[in-house]
Design a protein around this ligand. Structure first.
Ligand code: CA
Length: 229
């Protein structure tokens, strides 16, 4: 049984109850708030391990709550999962760029909710970019020391930007990154990296990876994600 505490910020009572019931059944402690202001207060005083944050909230909306949580050094490290409606990709992108860790689109099943919560809590140890230990995921091996990629034991020749792009995404399977976040992280030095050129890079990288290219998933309207093993 885990005893991590999840703060749920949601103004719709039925959604709030459903989320709380399922989290508690799974062994989590919960704390609840029904306005942005109350949620912000409890993110400081309640010391939650994770915040589930609805974006459509009275008083202060969810994006502003997310921004304030991430701007305050006291709460910046608390992972945030946004609860969003369908068709709000622009808000999702904004939230991710403000530092939200993931999002769940309503309506969602308890199974999806618990899986996302578990994944975000588990992966919150951010991998170290200076670590040169080879990374193995699915049938891909990425060796940062030798700047080498093997797919099922066979070497694949990548450009420096493609290598950095693959390494960045594969080191954080399951995370969704916006194009801007990817550009910011990889600083291509053999190619001018812009948000549009990321799409071109991904197409080239997928082609070179062959069947392993499918692990780089396009998240429509949001960005890219590497499939979890
Ligand atoms: Ca709402």
């Amino acid at each position: 049984m885990s005893h991590e505490k999840i703060l749920i910020v949601e103004d719709e009572e039925d959604v709030l109850e459903l989320v709380r019931y399922n989290l508690e059944k799974d062994g989590y402690l919960t704390d609840c708030a029904t306005t942005g202001r109350a949620g912000l207060g409890k993110s400081k005083t309640g010391v939650p391990d994770l915040v589930l944050l609805d974006l459509m909230l009275p008083e202060i909306d969810g994006l502003e709550v997310c921004r304030l949580i991430k701007a305050d050094p006291e709460t910046a490290a608390i992972p945030v999962i946004m609860l969003t409606a369908k068709g709000t990709e622009a808000d999702i992108v904004t939230g991710l760029e403000m530092g939200a860790d993931d999002y769940i689109t309503k309506p969602f099943s308890p199974r999806v909710l618990l899986a996302r919560v578990k994944a975000v809590l588990r992966r919150h140890d951010v991998p170290d970019q200076t670590d040169t230990t080879p990374l193995r995921i699915h049938d891909i091996e990425i060796d940062p020391g030798r700047h080498r990629v093997l797919v099922r034991g066979k070497q694949v020749k990548l450009t420096s930007t493609e290598f950095n792009l693959l390494r960045f995404l594969a080191a954080r399977p399951g995370w969704v990154f916006t194009r801007y976040q990817i550009v910011d992280a990889i600083h291509g030095n053999d190619y001018p990296v812009t948000d549009r050129s990321i799409d071109v890079q991904v197409v080239g990288l997928r082609r070179k990876l062959g069947t392993a290219g499918k692990y780089i998933e396009t998240v429509r309207g949001v960005g890219y994600r590497f499939e979890e093993a």
